[in-house]
Design a protein around this ligand. Sequence first.
Ligand SMILES: Nc1ncnc2c1ncn2[C@@H]1O[C@H](COP(=O)(O)OP(=O)(O)OP(=O)(O)O)[C@@H](O)[C@H]1O
Ligand SMILES: [Mg+2]
Length: 473
Amino acid sequence: MSSEFSIRVNGLSKNFPVYSKPHHRLFQMFSPTSAKSRWFREFRALTGVDFEIHRGETVAIVGRNGSGKSTLLQIICGTLAPSTGSVEVNGRIAALLELGAGFNPEFTGRENVYLNGTVLGLTRAEIDARFDEIVAFADIGEFIEQPVRSYSSGMYVRLAFAVAIHVMPDILVVDEALSVGDEAFQRKCFARIEKIRDAGATVLFVSHAPSTVLELCNRAILLDRGELLAVGTPKRVISRYQKMLYAPSNMVASIRARMQQEMAASRHDGGMEGVAGKPELAHVLEVENSQQLEQIEDTAEDSYFDPGLISQSMLRFETHGAVIEDPHIQTPAGLRVNVLKPGGEFFYTYTVRFDRAAVAVTFGMLIKTISGVELGGATSATPVDAIDVVESGAAVHVKFKFRCLLAPGTYFLNAGVRGRVDNEETFLDRIIDAALFRVPPDSGRLATGFVDFHVRPDVEMVDNEPELSHEFK
Ligand SMILES: Nc1ncnc2c1ncn2[C@@H]1O[C@H](COP(=O)(O)OP(=O)(O)OP(=O)(O)O)[C@@H](O)[C@H]1O
Ligand SMILES: [Mg+2]
């Protein structure tokens, strides 16, 4: 990585005209430029965005839907003009933006490879030399001789990505296009992106998958409602993104305000470069719910929600008068998470709705490994202390507080509710593999095995003198 910049974005803003009625667009076209009234209102998709990406960096842009990610990439690639501000790009850019951009649908795949390759700056001889490799990477078989309009969106992306990576760009820009391909192809693309990155190119891409951002990038950028809310290490930015996504709605505004303050302070201190290592600016902002906010900061910093982590082996037994709903893990501040910071405290929680009365009701949970080894769990009460009667129509929120003392890996959770109906003690509802969570790698871990028993090693050197050899005795 060098200090030379690849992409520099200065005070970028983008307004789109929004017409409340379609014909207003026409009225506007024919109204004199001097006219005072306008037929549209302006929607601001980007506001004062500044950042710099150095040569050799791999940077992800994250943010909620509609936050301006695609707009920003289009401006960087020159397919959209900014309203104010500027972008400087240093090097040859290859971009994979929206589907449909870059290829002529009437031309065959082969013709489009040449067309697209030329647009990206290759000579015919250079494309000839790479053609077979491009086709092999795209792996679309006979379709290479068919017009692109007959392609599925997956085939389209395969070919477009194959061309983009074979032009040996200095800068590779990828919007979410890759999510169209199947998982095997996505894996192949990300392996290729890693190769491009390792060869010294700059990579800028949009992603909604925290694991991809954490694995691939050295920095990340968080956009929200067109504003830059965080720039820094992937871990830091992802944790902020998760905070925005899963915060209780009454706290979003204060969390946003805090991030804005952090950004402003980091700019004030000489720009974004120092952001990653900066201490939290806890004192900067007095927010109404500051105590609650601190809790979120503490517990969510290293824990987050990975939407790709879904139980595919969930098994529900026949229900007997009660239904377990929404089993999930959350932080003490109520944020939904499934990647758990080792050592952190969490709640495994679910709701049980009763559609008939039950007596002597208890609730249970169990944590297991992937191979099914039962590591530990608990019931809410002994049968003696069980809830005497739960009426039909009632709902019970169940929360099990636990500390994550597990080795890095993936774990599964069961949920169950027991009680007596028709004088028979039974499971009223029971779900196997109701939820799952991951404990990320922890390089400082000394504990071995699945469970950390808080063993504290104490090693004392007693006698380290080398034994004197026999001649000197
Ligand atoms: N041509 C346009 N005219 C009007 N509004 C637009 C136009 N293009 C984008 N917008 C608006 O700008 C905002 C940002 O859009 P953009 O596509 O950049 O978001 P995004 O972060 O890429 O979202 P997603 O995650 O859904 O892809 C959105 O509110 C969108 O409706
Ligand atoms: Mg987009």
